[in-house]
Design a protein around this ligand. Structure first.
Ligand code: GLP
Length: 243
């Protein structure tokens, strides 16, 4: 049985996840967290920053990873996921730079950089708390349809559908990348606790498929049905096609 939490509004669903994050950090100050980016996550990080105003949260020991990073952007690009995380979360709470590890998209050898990132996660004893969003085609991180359920961090090609959906978020006319480094589905399945948040009507079709289809490689998000401690968080719009 998948654990599903439904909230009325996207704001409520985001606040629910932000509270889970705050609780987890209070319980284990040096927790290993891995963060997704994207429109859905904006509200979660915003809510966490708001929570911190009333109940200060010490993030100085939290060990941080991110789910994925584009390859081929200019150094310090505003479009990078590291920049996104700095702006939406890392720079807004007392995270410690030395505890933040993100994939190196500027290394000469991307395969080596991917292996090194996977090794960094292993050295941290794995991910305790993972937050995911979902793409319209069912991708998680940048694990596009066809990704193997035992895949590890690697270089991935970004699907056409994902390009059209994400390039509207790109600033300054920078060319949209063809590839990225993403943690693998195998890496995701080994996380100790995993949350996926989907909000808004545009996600209702993929959520319906997730609920109805047995796990298969054509629908990467369906792998989460094999996760040992997974929770799906929805607002009413994303849940609208469910019984
Ligand atoms: C992007 C990211 C994912 C994110 C997903 C959903 O491509 N690689 O990590 O979860 O797509 O994004 P959004 O929340 O903007 O719909």
């Amino acid at each position: 049985m998948i654990k599903i939490t439904k909230k009325e509004l996207a704001k409520d669903a985001s606040l629910y996840l932000a509270r889970k994050m705050a609780e987890a950090i209070r319980k284990k100050p040096d927790i290993v967290m891995c963060f997704a980016t994207g429109r859905t996550m904006d509200a979660v990080y915003h809510e966490l920053v708001q929570l911190n105003k009333n109940e200060p949260l010490d993030c100085s020991q939290v060990r941080c990873f991110i789910v994925d990073e584009y390859i081929g952007l200019k150094k310090d690009s505003e479009n990078s996921y590291r920049h996104y995380m700095n702006e939406h979360l890392f720079n807004l709470l007392n995270f410690n730079e030395k505890n933040i590890i993100t994939p190196d998209p500027h290394s000469k050898n991307h395969d080596e950089a991917s292996r090194a990132y996977e090794e960094n996660i292993r050295e941290a004893s794995g991910i305790d708390f993972l937050i995911l969003g979902v793409g319209l085609n069912g991708h998680i991180g940048f694990n596009e349809p066809g990704s193997s359920f035992d895949s590890r961090t690697r270089v991935v090609a970004i699907a056409e559908e994902t390009k059209s959906s994400n390039k509207t978020l790109f600033y300054n006319g920078e060319e949209f990348p063809k590839t990225a480094i993403s943690i693998g589905i195998g890496t995701i399945l080994e996380s100790k606790k995993c949350y996926l948040l989907a909000t808004g009507e545009t996600k209702s079709h993929i959520i319906k498929r997730f609920i109805e289809e047995a796990p298969h490689g054509g629908l990467p998000v369906s792998a989460l049905k094999n996760h040992l401690d997974f929770e799906l968080i929805l607002d009413k719009d994303a849940a609208k096609l469910l019984e």
